[in-house]
Write a new protein. Structure first.
Length: 117
């Protein structure tokens, strides 16, 4: 069965950095583009960044130049390096596949990122 285990979140001051990890299992990881999403309180889940099977990347305008998505196919893991964090980045962060028919129905528990002084 598909599983996503996100980790690396925490409390950080504005301007700080965090590196999120997502370990995926239950499918052939290297065959899929991957993505990071986030959901802030009272808001809908939004796409933050995506990475193709061969490493091409795309970012939401709100995080462009601050966040970097990467993947390690040998470890079935996707990462999100977050720099210059802002309070508006506060959210629960999730990973999933990135495909035309949409993400997998299963979502992991996510990892909480809180940016506050």
């Amino acid at each position: 069965q598909v599983q996503f285990v996100e980790s690396g979140g925490g409390l950080v001051q504005p301007g700080g950095s965090l590196r999120l990890s997502c370990a995926a299992s239950g499918f052939t990881f290297s065959w899929y583009a991957m993505s990071w999403h986030r959901q802030a309180p009272g808001k809908e889940r939004e796409l933050v960044a995506s990475i193709t099977m061969v490493g091409g990347t795309n970012y939401a305008d709100s995080v462009k130049g601050r966040f970097t998505i990467s993947r390690d196919n040998a470890k079935n893991t996707v990462y999100l390096q977050m720099n210059a964090l802002k309070p508006e980045d506060t959210a629960v962060y999730y990973c999933n596949v990135d495909r035309r028919s949409g993400p997998f129905a299963y979502w992991g528990q996510g990892t909480q990122v809180t940016v506050s002084s």
